[in-house]
Ligand binder design. Structure first.
Ligand SMILES: [Zn+2]
Length: 91
């Protein structure tokens, strides 16, 4: 059991049953996702594609149409507010 698992158990939560992936496996997967996003961004989505208006389309397809930008802004806003609050408290 890792320290993280022990912390989860102490909070009454279940630790993950998935084994921790080695750093090189995580790096390889991050690399694959990066390449995939780059290829999708180069291909682009047709304007009438139903996937517009989702934060995942902003991220994975690099779409910057108004609908995808608005979806991403709404998705990121709570995390950005939390980050600003943490920085404010740390200052
Ligand atoms: Zn879009």
């Amino acid at each position: 059991m890792t320290d993280w698992d022990a912390l989860l158990v102490s909070l009454g939560l279940c630790p993950s049953s998935r084994p921790v992936r080695p750093a090189e496996v995580r790096a390889a997967q991050a690399d694959r996702v990066r390449r995939q996003r780059q290829l999708r961004a180069e291909r682009g989505l047709p304007a009438d594609d139903p996937r517009h208006g989702k934060p995942s389309t902003y991220t994975n397809w690099g779409c910057r149409c108004p609908k995808c930008r608005a979806a991403n802004t709404a998705d990121v806003a709570p995390r950005m507010a939390a980050l600003r609050e943490r920085r404010r408290l740390a200052a």
